[in-house]
Write a protein that binds this ligand. Sequence first.
Ligand SMILES: O=C(O)CCC(=O)C(=O)O
Ligand SMILES: [Fe+2]
Length: 276
Amino acid sequence: MTPEQSAQGALPGPRHDPFFRAVTAPAFTHEVLADLAAGRCAAVRVPDFLSPERCREVLDALRGREFDSYGQARVDPPVMRFGVGVSDHMADGGVADSYWKALEGHHEAWRGLGLSFDPFRFAREALAAHWPAGAAIGRRGGRELGAGVAREPNQGFQVHFDDALREYTGDLLDVPLVGQFAFNLYLSVPPSGGETVLWRHRWQPEDEAYRLPASYGYDEAVVRGAESFELSPRVGEALLIDPRYFHAVRPSRGDRRIALGFAVGLGTSGQLLTWA
Ligand SMILES: O=C(O)CCC(=O)C(=O)O
Ligand SMILES: [Fe+2]
């Protein structure tokens, strides 16, 4: 074999899927959202999504508050959180009554921050700005779910995927979903570590052999050999990923890693529907 032949990929070696990439865009345009939904990219980054002043306002308000942690058996190492997430209130493939009860305290806690604007509304409006069918908070049984949470995975997130179609029996929301994204807006990032990693691997039944006991996460061997990329978040940046690709967050060193986050579904109505 000539060197030319091996350079053309005749030898086994890393291969690249041109659709498995992160795109940087000035805004969540119709095109990048359509590309993400269609699988023509795996992540969209929008730098300077939120102004430094507004980032600081939310961060300063959150810094003085006590964060809860996710259910500790399921989420280990612990991830701190301000606000209520539905993943802690799953019961029999549905949503436990405790979620709706906890949401009342959640709304009170966020109101108590005394922010000059609603960062989740801001994010929804920015997602909807170029999306004809718009965006709204998702509903279940007519009731609005939570708009978002602040999350602090200083010790990282295990390798995992998010897929409401697999996590819940039937439809989580009143509108069936034909696409899913995960939204993050970074308010504080560490000087090193804290990278978000995506692997070009989606759940398959054999992966359950790698599931960590009682956890949301998987042993990293589950993604062995899969193409991957790593993103170092910046303050003010928004990231939208297809969370059905396995992904993880690496441990942070030197500062807190705090992001506002929510799940986004593309409904059969064409609308973007958010929840946390
Ligand atoms: O914090 C991140 O960058 C990603 C967190 C995550 O797992 C998600 O948004 O689904
Ligand atoms: Fe995730």
